[in-house]
Design a protein around this ligand. Structure first.
Ligand code: FES
Length: 122
């Protein structure tokens, strides 16, 4: 699934709530005229990453049972529903029900101090 295929996909340039994330992972909802888009923000050693907050195992939000998704070393995410494990930087499945699938990345960048949807334009 590509994030833009969701009917609730926000337009490029939409400001994302929760952009002050300093560590760990946070589920947020981006609400626009298109609807409510489930976004997972993840702070990594490579900066903040975004993924559609839908686990490819059964498409439940990763925080379905708990908001605590990040491993202690900050390198992996674990879905709270059935334990699928994903690389925090790439979203690739690396364990459990995550093997063979991946989270859908959502491009993010900062502009004027705000976190927004979309890649930075040159
Ligand atoms: S829905 Fe995430 S592991 Fe089952």
């Amino acid at each position: 699934m590509i994030w833009t295929e969701l009917s609730s996909a926000p337009p490029l340039g939409t400001v994302v709530p929760g952009g002050d994330l300093q560590s760990g992972a946070r589920a947020v909802t981006v609400t626009t005229d298109a609807g409510d888009f489930p976004l997972l923000l993840v702070m990594t050693d490579d900066g903040i990453k975004g993924f559609v907050n839908a686990c490819p195992h059964q498409f439940l939000p990763l925080d379905y049972r708990s908001p605590h998704l990040m491993s202690h070393d900050g390198t992996k995410l674990m879905c709270s529903a059935h334990g699928a494990i994903f690389d925090a930087r790439t979203g690739d499945g690396v364990g459990g029900h995550g093997l063979g699938c991946s989270l859908s990345p959502v491009p993010l960048h900062r502009t004027d101090g705000q976190l927004v949807i979309g890649s930075r334009t040159p």
